[in-house]
Design a protein around this ligand. Structure first.
Ligand SMILES: [Zn+2]
Length: 111
């Protein structure tokens, strides 16, 4: 079991699933489109499309983060904060295998 590989695999599955839902929404939008632009369906579809796009962007970031963490591990720098260079800590790595910053830097950034 490789937690980092697991994170990457599940993020990729997430991207695939969201890409499929986006395609469905786009297809539905094309089907609903046409006679009436004030169709209430249209607003719902636009909203769903936005939601899926936001989720997809998040999932793509997770894939990129997991890939970067795998690359860091290959380079021997995995487990070090890329901002301050400190050890990230086993507990945090267990909870978030793809993270590249220590809890201190992550907390500072979200403030
Ligand atoms: Zn740090």
């Amino acid at each position: 079991m490789d937690p980092l590989q697991d994170v990457l695999d599940s993020a990729r599955r997430h991207v695939d699933a969201l890409t499929a839902s986006r395609a469905e929404i786009v297809a539905a939008a094309e089907g609903a489109n046409g006679d009436d632009e004030h169709d209430p369906e249209g607003a719902t579809i636009a909203f769903e499309r936005q939601q899926v796009a936001a989720l997809l962007a998040g999932a793509e970031r997770s894939v990129a983060a997991a890939q970067a963490a795998l690359a860091a591990r290959a380079a021997g720098s995995y487990g070090r904060c890329e901002e301050c260079g400190a050890e990230i800590g086993a507990e945090r790595l267990e909870a978030r295998p793809a993270t590249r910053s220590c809890i201190g830097c992550a907390t500072q950034r979200s403030r």
